[in-house]
Design a protein around this ligand. Structure first.
Ligand SMILES: NC(=O)c1ccc[n+]([C@@H]2O[C@H](COP(=O)([O-])OP(=O)(O)OC[C@H]3O[C@@H](n4cnc5c(N)ncnc54)[C@H](O)[C@@H]3O)[C@@H](O)[C@H]2O)c1
Length: 287
């Protein structure tokens, strides 16, 4: 049997030629989120708020969902910047992701107002450090209720609206490297199990919702210096020195280092990516 091998002399298939963007006047237009409506849970502060800012810069209109009565002062600064500098908007909706009825009503109301729903970054999450032998069922259930069921119900509420409008969409769930490895010296069995569940949940949602052109992926960050982690450092100051030694880059990350991943996953730049986990942990879990 003869096998034909393509060489550089071979003509480029017409389909490939049509896809070439050479000569395009815009710069990487597939990363633009102009005109898109995106919800971000856990966006009153921390990583969620930083992701919201990146989405605004890429052109999206953003709805921040969080259980805090008032978002952090930075939220209001960002709201001003969105209108004055970026020509878009960010709004706050107080929602506990455990309240499924409120969650669905709020997301449906956003979709009704905007006439569309294009994306979700699910960053709301909690952390608890307790040895496995001392963990109560009540605390374990709370962890799973927020980090797994809450994320699941947020994705479901957003997907329902995406399906209603028929334009597809993209969902990024914030998991963690702790969904892949057990952290050395960080005792949080339920949290780590919850993040493994988020990674597996995303694969299943992706498999069910691909038919609606809804993509679902996870981002698995390594240690990020946010309010959540600062609180741990106050309790265990030695971790400030220990943790950076556990990854290949020898440092901890900042929330800004996940901006690009979110824009990539929410935009057409990742149009053929679904059911994947984007692990960004300075090589922690590769060692
Ligand atoms: N900080 C890290 O090192 C790190 C690493 C990997 C993954 N993560 C994940 O990133 C996400 C953001 O973490 P962060 O460090 O910014 O934490 P954070 O505590 O600063 O922010 C989490 C936000 O989620 C909100 N939230 C919590 N429970 C909620 C609920 N029931 N309903 C609605 N909102 C709720 C909080 O009010 C808060 O604003 C979390 O999912 C976390 O597990 C963090």
């Amino acid at each position: 049997m003869s096998v034909s091998i393509a060489t550089s002399e071979a003509p480029v298939p017409a389909t490939v030629q049509r896809d070439l963007c050479l000569g395009s006047k815009s710069r990487m237009p597939e990363f633009s989120l102009a005109g898109k409506v995106v919800c971000v849970s856990g966006a009153a502060r921390g990583l969620g708020l930083t992701q919201a800012e990146a989405l605004l810069e890429a052109g999206a209109k953003v709805y921040a969902l969080d259980r805090l009565e008032e978002p952090s002062p930075e939220f209001w600064e960002l709201q001003k910047r969105a209108v004055e500098e970026l020509g878009t908007e960010i709004h706050y909706r107080r929602i506990d992701v455990r309240d499924t009825e409120l969650l669905n009503n709020a997301i449906e109301a956003i979709a009704n107002t905007e006439g569309r729903m294009d994306g979700l970054v699910a960053a709301a999450g909690i952390q608890q450090e307790t040895p496995a032998l001392e963990y109560s069922a009540k605390d374990a259930n709370t962890m799973f209720e927020v980090n797994v069921t809450g994320v699941f119900m947020t994705a479901q509420a957003v997907a329902k609206q995406m399906i209603r409008f028929g334009n597809g969409g993209s969902i990024a769930l914030i998991a963690s490297m702790s969904g892949t490895v057990a952290n050395r010296g960080l005792i949080c069995p339920a949290y780590n199990a919850s993040k493994a569940a988020v990674i597996q949940l995303a694969r299943n949602l992706a498999s069910e919702w691909g038919q609606f052109n809804i993509r679902v992926n996870t981002i698995s960050p390594g240690y990020i210096v946010t309010a959540m982690v600062e609180k741990l450092f106050e309790q265990y100051p030695e971790r400030r020195d220990e943790w950076p030694k556990q990854n290949m880059l020898g440092r901890l990350s900042t929330p800004n280092e996940y901006r690009g991943a979110t824009i990539f996953l929410l935009s057409d730049a990742s149009s053929f990516m679904t059911g994947s986990d984007l692990r960004m942990d300075g090589g922690h879990a590769a060692w």
